[in-house]
Design a protein around this ligand. Structure first.
Ligand SMILES: [Fe+2]
Length: 727
């Protein structure tokens, strides 16, 4: 429900100042972005599980919390720069909150708070730091937190994160107990992942502005001690979080109470489980649609797709479209061929292709996968470009092309080993269309792992990861980042769930460091309080094959055809006045992506090389002027605001298959030393008037040479265009 905001009346404003008097604390605390709660709050209401949520767009945020009483409350908001010695003053704005009763006791050892509160902060200004707190009418206050708005609109871009299955309390022996060592370990992993993300993003070129999930925040939907543990990290109060509903969240009202969601359908029966339905929001020109995939059947699947369709139609100007939900259609582990996932594949993938969805974020399988660009034209999902190389870091989405990513565990609470495609089914080779590839990383010691046909990358290193997505006008850069190593907090190795950890995927016998002849979990028995006692337990000691925290496990840069690129060919074709016969041409293979890989450094310059996709020119004209010339020009390469000049590209054209009187164009030197390289239009091939009819295949090897100063400000992923013109 949208709650109107209003300036606080003067009397109330004074009360705010009085109530916040105890908040006039040391400036040192302010530096952390979190103000301590009032030591002597005027009232008796207590608050917990406070979370910042996304609004309908970047000008809004939701604040949601649990309260011990139903006392009328507001959210106090003030520009941080306007605070008076850290305290709210007459510049504070007061947003009315909706405080409603919950269903009370929920099971577990900590009962659900009897009330939940929610307020929508709107009319935010761009590039502004705000401080906020909950204030009840009896003077009770929550702690205060700060958040920053970024620029409005996509501008130079932003980053968001996606978390898979934190599932706090997973596989606990006694998961209803807040004192459970398992829950503490999972919570420690979750908190550490958020810290790692924050540190990782702090020096990125683009600001981290948004946290998203693919579901399963906790293990047991109605166990509030798990929710309490999940809400512990303060990043959940300084960055907006957009949660999806996992199967472990789905069966109780806890999720619905804990999150306030924009454009949320809570009534269409086919979208609902107890936890809620589907919702969408737009953040800086990117449409995010979040589906409750727990509602699944042959009638519910189309209902979800109708919801996505409505969201897409309501936002025709969205630059990118991202869909999130829990149950991965294409994952690499134990859920890869669950019958419900198989059932979702046709309706989901066809709708996503038809609606121009660019990126789909999924969870549930506690492992990582990234699909090839997939397209479903109605006859079933398939690779859009059969030539897309396994693990390619740069991919191009043609119309209808979609990338599906499955997120691994963000907390270390549980991992699933990779599974092999099911022999004899389309899961193995997609009905024989694709040869079975092999994985560089095996799920167990020694063996090769065959990828599922849809997946370009599959990974299970049994370490925590998160997904970081950098969004710019030109591309989505999706990176799966290592957030933890094998040691605590990581249930896989600390509890000896498996026998290996890390990218080397070699067998490791976990160390019997306490010398009692057996491997002991490095935690006490279920229900034991406190952190693991490593003094009396074993410890994972391997240091080889473990990728350091912050390592990019996988990166894919996604660019796409946009409206200005017409029917999906990065080419221009000028048709001359008609002559008798036909003159035409096409790019062989239909890949349309020239991937030059990574440039090589030589002293003060870089080089790179590659080849254009061959072009076939057919000329069956027999009279009139039959001359033709196929030329090409390279644009400047772009990466955000960085530019690599097109003149640094040179080429050596060649006739790969002779015919039609075709002659190769002249070699053009790159413009590193002098000249304009391919920045000016150059002839790839031509034929003279009067040539014999026929066709030729022409190609060219490209070479780049450019100064190292191009990357003085850091790594770049440049994209350019080569435009062909046939005259
Ligand atoms: Fe799940």
């Amino acid at each position: 429900m949208k709650v109107s905001s209003s300036r606080t009346p003067k009397s109330a404003r004074r009360r705010v100042v009085a109530g916040a008097g105890a908040l006039a604390l040391g400036a040192g605390i302010l530096v952390t972005g979190v103000l301590a709660p009032a030591a002597q709050a005027a009232g008796s209401v207590t608050f917990k599980d406070l979370v910042l949520g996304v609004g309908a767009n970047e000008t809004q945020r939701y604040v949601t919390w649990y309260a011990s009483a139903g006392t009328d409350s507001t959210v106090q908001l003030e520009k941080t720069a306007d605070l008076n010695a850290g305290a709210f003053d007459e510049d504070v704005m007061s947003y009315n909150a909706s405080v409603t009763p919950t269903t009370g006791s929920s099971g577990g050892d900590i009962a659900r708070s009897p009330y939940r509160g929610s307020a929508l902060l709107d009319t935010l200004e761009a590039n502004t730091s705000y401080t906020y707190q909950v204030l009840a009418s009896d003077g009770s206050t929550s702690a205060s937190y700060t958040f920053k708005t970024g620029s409005f609109g996509l501008g130079s871009g932003f980053e968001f994160a996606a978390f898979g299955d934190p599932q706090l309390g997973a596989d606990s022996n006694n998961n209803s107990q807040s004192t459970s060592a398992d829950l503490k370990e999972d919570a420690a992993g979750w908190a550490d992942t958020l810290n790692v993300l924050q540190a990782d993003a702090s020096d990125d070129a683009l600001p981290l502005e948004l946290l998203t999930s693919t579901g399963d925040q906790i293990e047991t939907a109605n166990v509030e001690s798990q929710w309490d543990a999940w809400f512990t990290p303060d990043q959940l109060r300084t960055l907006p979080y957009a949660a999806a509903i996992g199967n472990h969240d789905s069966s109780d009202l806890g999720y619905k109470y804990h999150f306030s969601l924009p454009n949320n359908d809570t009534t269409t029966a086919n979208l609902q489980t107890t936890a809620g339905g589907d919702y969408w929001y737009v953040y800086k020109g990117v449409l995010f649609v979040v589906i409750n995939s727990n509602a699944q059947s042959s009638t519910k699947d189309p209902a979800h797709m109708a919801f996505v369709t409505q969201a897409v139609k309501a936002n025709p100007g969205a630059k990118w479209r991202v869909v999130s939900y829990h149950h991965a259609l294409y994952s690499p582990a134990s859920h890869a061929n669950d019958s419900d996932n198989v059932a979702r594949r046709q309706p989901y993938t066809q709708a996503f292709s038809e609606l121009g969805i660019n990126l789909v974020l999924q969870g549930h399988d506690h492992s990582y996968s990234r699909s090839y660009v997939l397209q479903n034209k109605g006859a079933g999902p398939d690779r859009q470009n059969a030539a897309e190389a396994q693990g390619a870091n740069n991919v191009l989405e043609g119309p209808g092309g979609v990338i599906y990513v499955t997120t691994n565990s963000a907390s270390g609470s549980k991992y699933y080993p990779l599974t092999e495609p099911i022999s004899g089914t389309s899961d193995a080779t997609h009905s024989g269309k694709y040869p079975a590839g092999t994985m560089p990383w095996a799920p167990g010691p020694g063996g090769n792992h065959t990828l599922h046909w849809a997946n370009s990358v599959e990974n299970q290193d049994n370490v925590r990861t998160y997904l970081k997505v950098a969004v710019t006008n030109d591309k989505l850069s999706v990176t799966n980042v290592v957030a933890g190593v094998c040691d605590y907090p990581n249930k896989f190795t600390t509890q000896h769930v498996g026998t290996f950890c890390g990218a080397s995927q070699t067998t490791t016998t976990l160390a019997d460091t306490n010398g009692n002849g057996t491997f002991d979990r490095n935690q006490g028995a279920s229900g034991a309080p406190g952190q693991p006692t490593n003094a009396t337990a074993d410890k994972y000691t391997a240091t080889t094959g473990v990728a350091p925290v912050g390592t990019a496990q996988d990166t894919v840069n996604i660019t796409k055809w946009d409206g200005t690129q017409g029917d999906g060919q990065l080419i221009a074709l000028d048709v001359p006045p008609a002559n008798p016969g036909e003159l035409g041409w096409f790019i062989n293979g239909g890949n349309h992506l020239i991937n030059l890989g990574t440039a090589n450094r030589h002293g003060n310059y870089f080089t790179a090389s590659g080849a254009i996709d061959p072009l076939t020119v057919t000329d069956s004209r027999t009279f009139g002027d039959t001359s033709w010339s196929l030329s090409a020009q390279v644009s400047d390469f772009k990466d955000g605001n960085a530019t690599l000049l097109g003149k640094y590209v040179g080429w050596v054209p060649s006739i790969l298959s002779a015919g039609g009187g075709a002659n190769a164009g002249a070699t053009v030197s790159n413009g590193y030393s002098s000249g304009t390289g391919l920045a000016d239009s150059r002839t790839l091939a031509s034929a003279a008037n009067g040539h014999a009819p026929g066709s030729a295949q022409v190609g060219a090897n490209l070479n780049l040479k450019f100064p190292v100063s191009v990357s003085n400000d850091g790594a770049h992923n440049f994209w350019g265009e080569i435009t062909y013109t046939l005259m």
